[in-house]
Design a protein around this ligand. Sequence first.
Ligand SMILES: Nc1ncnc2c1ncn2[C@@H]1O[C@H](COP(=O)(O)OP(=O)(O)OP(=O)(O)O)[C@@H](O)[C@H]1O
Length: 617
Amino acid sequence: MNKYGSTHKKRSRAAEDKMTFRERLAALSNIPAFFRMVWQTNRSLTIGNGVLRISQSAMPLSLLYVGKLIIDEVVLISKDHAHHSTQFLWQLVALEFGLAILSDALSRAITLIDSLLGDLVANHTSVKIMEHAASLDLDQFEDSEFYDKLERARQQTIGRTILLSQIFSQVQDLITMGFLAAGLIVFNPWLILLLLVAVIPAFLNESHFNHLHYRLTWGQTSDRRELDYIRYLGASDETAKEVKVFDLSDFLVQRFRVISDKFYSDKKNLESRHAIWGTLFALLGSAGYYAAYVIIILQTVTGVLSIGSLAFLAGSFRQLRTTFQGILIRFSSVTQGAMYLKDLFDFFEIQPQMRSPQHPRPFPHPIRQGFSFENVGFKYHNSDKWAIRHLNFTLHAGEKLALVGENGAGKTTLVKLLARLYDPVEGRILLDGVDLREYDLSELRTQVGVIFQDYQRYQMTVSQNIAVGNITHSHDHNLIQDAARQSLAEPLIEKMPLGYEQMLGRRFNQGIDLSGGEWQKIALARAYMKDAQLLILDEPTSALDARAEYNVFLRFADLTRDKTAVLISHRFSTVRMANRILVLEKGQLAEIGSHEELLKRRGKYAELFELQAAGYK
Ligand SMILES: Nc1ncnc2c1ncn2[C@@H]1O[C@H](COP(=O)(O)OP(=O)(O)OP(=O)(O)O)[C@@H](O)[C@H]1O
């Protein structure tokens, strides 16, 4: 398996077509792991479920056998009414009544436990998916195959409640069959052979179609994601504005129709073939049943079997066949579910590449030298182009460095490398002379605060929106208030009807939406939530008006006097406040120096600066 866990796609479609029956059965090997997951979720409910289902499995045979005894007793009494007491008969009837009530009660209890356990398993799986996704690397999220895998894993949580009860029912029916088969063997073992001949072809047929279903759904994963995305674009508060002004509705509906129609026709085709073949094999099953019935009737007529035994055997055979058919039909969905389980477990197997070393170096407090880039190169895994290359410079401790460059020059990439969201592909980054990879990752994350240009607008309260900067202190109201004061967001918050408890965004009740600049002020406060030694502002001020941005950075410079800071801005009025400015051009360092030095050089910086200044003239 590669880094993204993509073994599936590597397997060619032709090879998939030839997937053997054994391979299909092999999917069932995921079931023990699933049981382990259920077991871990809630032991007592799992045990309870097992006990109830085993008891329920014995019910059909017991009811049939008591039924046989009743008929035989009735026949006996009717032949010799005078000398035969009816006491035993009524005892048997009472027993059958008791068994019938018990069976109903067991069914109810099983349904209840299934649904409770199903919900718990679905929640447990969702939590595990979220936890695991959070542990993965950022570049794993930028891979579409990874997304398909994540999507299939997510679907598990919805379908798993059903799978759980199906697997349990399957096991229960298998035990029921064991009981019924034992009864048949005692009376006439040949009937079992007849039963197998009648149902095995149907079994193979079901498993074949089950595989076709899985392959169809598997092949649709990526289209299904697109379908979900279009559905979201077409009906969401966030997109409504653009959908209206660009009149996108027809375009979206059309695209939705094309994909969903294809889904429908593929499904119709497969389901129809499944129905036709299924009916033919069911006919074969009925023929087997009636052949067995004829044999039993003949044996009864010739006096080999009693009438009670006739009823018992015919009933057992019918019940066996129904149970077996139930198993077959369920077999489809169980093996299908088991194949999907493989996707879930595959997802859990994807391991992050970026980990903390076993024996991390202590993080320097305070940072003494700073961050040194040594011939650093980086390209995104889905691109052949170097986003950054041959980068050599030192960000000195306590320095304020501004990054300048045209769109796509590599500024954000540089910042992501500093925050160790990615590791360099070439070269290394040293912090106080030690490779960044040798420090503990979570310590590094605590010591480096970053606010990105595409920061999240959480549909949560103002307070929570600020607290995400240091979520372990989400209840420290003073800290949140200080952060808001420092980012100049406080006057804005004071004007809100519910202040810090104001819900933001339109998704939830009483939520209010903010302007782009207002959102930025709130997001900026996150930077002040923790006492990080390196603070990075990646253009989170682009929506602020020029005066507001100037004030924010003045404040920023003041508040980060003893800290190291990196800021990215396209406004030169802001950039010139930094101690030094690093100009990036196509991923490479073009110039570095103070505002005055760079102007004197009359290079790229001077060119960009004059271009902007000319715009204001
Ligand atoms: N996730 C990604 N996957 C692939 N390529 C990417 C990714 N992010 C950025 N790139 C590419 O890397 C290069 C550098 O991008 P980066 O975002 O660092 O530029 P930037 O200087 O911050 O640009 P801007 O001023 O527009 O924010 C660009 O060519 C961009 O297309």
